[in-house]
Design a protein. Structure first.
Length: 202
């Protein structure tokens, strides 16, 4: 079993009961479509989308948002048009995926001010902001795990994404984002603080 298949099974386990006992047909179709479109050079992006989708399932954001997250890489790589997505998966999924892809395009420019403005002024659906926050958590976790450069990513997270999560009242995401960002920016201090906290719990 591949990592992609394992991640999808974990996602299905989290979504069962939201639609039927066998999982969501919409999410299953979105996963198959994304897997086909991204089979050649998009495996890593699909893995990240599946990780994010699992978080969206935990937040109970619904099958349309999860399907949109899985299909978003297809839009970003121009492997599927918004019109085709609308025909295959419905207007709701296509609109969500399109807005998320648009936000990702601005965020990728690395300008925190532009990112914040885009998130606050162009998101027509509350779920789009939640998807963006969940994607940021996945990206930061993945970058840290791979030993990549995280300073700019972590700084933008503290400047834009953490406060945004607090503003909309999703404290679990805010705490997770801030913990990851502080760990990336101040690894020695965080390890020292963690050690002191563990000692105090004994």
């Amino acid at each position: 079993m591949t990592q992609i298949q394992t991640l999808f099974m974990e996602l299905e386990a989290k979504t069962k009961g939201t639609s039927t006992e066998t999982g969501s047909p919409l999410i299953q179709r979105a996963f198959r479509r994304a897997s086909q479109a991204l089979s050649e050079d998009g495996t890593e992006r699909l893995q990240a989308a599946l990780e994010t989708a699992k978080l969206l399932a935990e937040l109970r954001l619904g099958e349309a948002a999860i399907a949109a997250e899985l299909l978003c890489p297809c839009l970003e790589k121009n492997l599927l048009s918004k019109k085709d997505m609308e025909n295959e998966f419905g207007a709701e999924v296509a609109a969500l995926a399109s807005e998320v892809a648009g936000i990702n395009g601005v965020v990728a420019q690395g300008d925190p001010e532009k990112s914040e403005k885009m998130l606050l002024t162009t998101a027509n659906d509350f779920r789009v902001i939640l998807i963006a926050l969940a994607e940021r958590k996945t990206l930061l976790e993945k970058t840290l795990a791979n030993g990549g450069e995280t300073h700019a990513l972590a700084s933008e997270t503290l400047e834009v994404f953490g406060p945004l999560a607090e503003k909309i009242g999703i404290n679990s995401l805010r705490n997770a984002l801030e913990d990851l960002a502080f760990g990336a920016l101040y690894p020695t201090e965080c390890k020292r603080l963690g050690g002191k906290l563990r000692q105090s719990e004994k």
